[in-house]
Design a protein around this ligand. Structure first.
Ligand SMILES: C[S@@+](CC[C@H](N)C(=O)[O-])C[C@H]1O[C@@H](n2cnc3c(N)ncnc32)[C@H](O)[C@@H]1O
Length: 217
């Protein structure tokens, strides 16, 4: 089974697999995962780019950096760094700058996207996956995330990527739904601490935008 195939089974890795397919990621690519958190995306990218590639796993929180480093311990191609996305500064240009569930938490999503755009080589990719939290439903009622600075940033994502000077190659939204025990309710419980029991769940749609840096930029 290819690494991409494995990604499709997971509630929120499925959009990642679709995005990586679309941009034709290859062995040897250099990537950055901004706001890496527990390192889930960093590990997934490391499995796809292999040992000839590199994944910079960046988080502003040193504890998250340590967690990502632990999660990626078996992948020597992952380099964990404590750095804010607003100050993103890598030792080399990368083929792909990626973020998931990051921009909803930052003060200025445009500032982070601008740094991600600056980090990629001409012709390279910026991929962002961000939710529209209030479009999720539990028992028919909208979800909320009062602690997030921009809980519905996914709805603005195509415009933000275009404003960062990137060409939008593709953009879409997807959400998984379910009822009763299973990966959807487990994910919701881990996200919100709320067990939905037998209430139907629609997870917040995740908007994915594939932006490409123009050659010559
Ligand atoms: C919800 S977690 C997402 C983790 C991971 N991207 C995922 O999808 O599983 C958000 C992460 O972004 C980090 N973060 C928040 N603001 C940041 C910033 N300005 N620069 C870099 N990381 C930041 C947090 O420390 C946290 O680890």
């Amino acid at each position: 089974m290819s690494a991409l195939k494995g990604l499709r089974d997971d509630v929120y890795r499925r959009p990642l697999a679709t995005a990586l397919d679309r941009l034709g990621i290859e062995l040897g690519w250099r990537c950055v995962d901004v706001g890496a958190g527990g390192g889930d995306v960093s590990v997934a990218l490391a499995e796809v780019v292999g040992h000839t590639g590199r994944v910079y796993s960046v988080d502003s929180d040193p504890l998250a950096r340590d967690e990502a480093a632990r999660a990626a311990a078996a992948h020597s191609q992952v380099v964990a760094i404590t750095q804010a996305g607003e100050d993103l500064n890598l030792p080399e240009p990368v083929d792909l700058a990626f973020c998931r569930f990051l921009l909803l938490h930052v003060v200025d999503p445009s500032a982070v996207l601008a740094r991600m755009a600056a980090a990629v080589r001409p012709g390279g990719w910026v991929v962002a996956q961000e939710p529209i939290t209030s479009a999720g439903r539990v028992g028919g009622l909208p979800l909320s995330m009062p602690d997030a600075a921009h809980p519905d940033v996914g709805a603005r994502l195509p415009a933000l990527v275009r404003e960062a000077g990137l060409e939008i190659v593709d953009a879409w939204a997807e959400a998984q739904a379910g009822v009763g025990p299973g990966p959807v309710s487990t994910y919701l419980a881990s996200l919100t601490g709320v067990d939905p029991g037998d209430d139907p769940v629609v997870l917040p749609p995740l908007v994915t935008v594939l932006g490409r840096k123009k050659h010559g930029d």
